[in-house]
Design a protein around this ligand. Sequence first.
Ligand SMILES: Nc1nc2c(ncn2[C@@H]2O[C@H](COP(=O)(O)OP(=O)(O)OP(=O)(O)O)[C@@H](O)[C@H]2O)c(=O)[nH]1
Length: 315
Amino acid sequence: MAHTGIHILSGFLGSGKTTLLQRILEEEYQRGRKVGVIMNEAGELPIDTQSLPEGTPLKELLNGCVCCTLSDKLETQISDILYHHDLDVLYIETTGVAHPVEVLDACLTPFLSNKVKVNSIITMVDPNSWAGRHNLRIPLRKLITEQVKHADLVILNKSDQLTIRNKEKLMRELNEINPGGKVLAAKHAQVPWDTFSIIETKQRNEHEKEQTIDHLHIKTYVHTFSSPVNKERFENFLKSMPEQIYRIKGYIRLTGQPGTQLFQYAYGMPSFTPSPLNLENNLVFIGDDLDHAALNEELREVEEESSPSHSSTQD
Ligand SMILES: Nc1nc2c(ncn2[C@@H]2O[C@H](COP(=O)(O)OP(=O)(O)OP(=O)(O)O)[C@@H](O)[C@H]2O)c(=O)[nH]1
């Protein structure tokens, strides 16, 4: 019986895993391969899954991390997707705080051994979080390094934000941590397609599991705006936000602009993209020890100060 190849997409929060997955799916569809996706998101809401092409066989693991609490569920999801679909390949996008070896371990259960073969671990690196990793708590700093160390392919993404000199310096650093893996730089996860077929799965030892990070304290908070918010006011909020917020994503409506915007924030860089989907205006915040009450209050203020009645009282 042919095994379905699994690729594990790893990388810290906001590094470009979904961007890579979208690119891979386009390519896989052009080649006529049958592709399935399992997405693990730290928040309670499936933000990233909405960006996948319609009809992609998909399973979601929400509100928890495969490597901490959901490993049994991952096994069930893999079995389930393979039972319902005859797949050539399965991509697993992990949360930004997953340890890739733990995810690998969850895929390698005896029950799945005659059905799947893990072909690669691909780790995305965001130069901003990589450069700022010394400011993170020790377990997170260790995690970022481990994600690089255990990858078959490391993609230094967002190279548009780097000078040539910095790019070369970072690539050398990544190579030193993972001398056996392949390290490439990319913009928006654009790497030559051949790269995926030539990467060789590293030999992974049992002892690697000992390096697992037990508990990372990463928390999520979901905020729902009930009305459009003023873009400038919201951006001011982002500038004054605690540094422990690493990532925000979701949907937002802006005053004076039609429709809904897909909002993304990673390492100080916000982006708004008009979305054809009319989804609830939920934003998922991901960070260290988030203060839910304080965030809720500040965001309510943003919304209140965005309302037309507020600006007329100010006049
Ligand atoms: N400037 C720049 N932005 C990028 C690049 N690649 C991705 N982005 C942006 O970075 C943000 C995060 O990208 P995602 O692909 O969602 O990252 P992710 O790793 O899936 O995020 P999580 O699932 O939250 O961990 C988005 O706004 C992307 O458009 C790049 O090469 N350059």
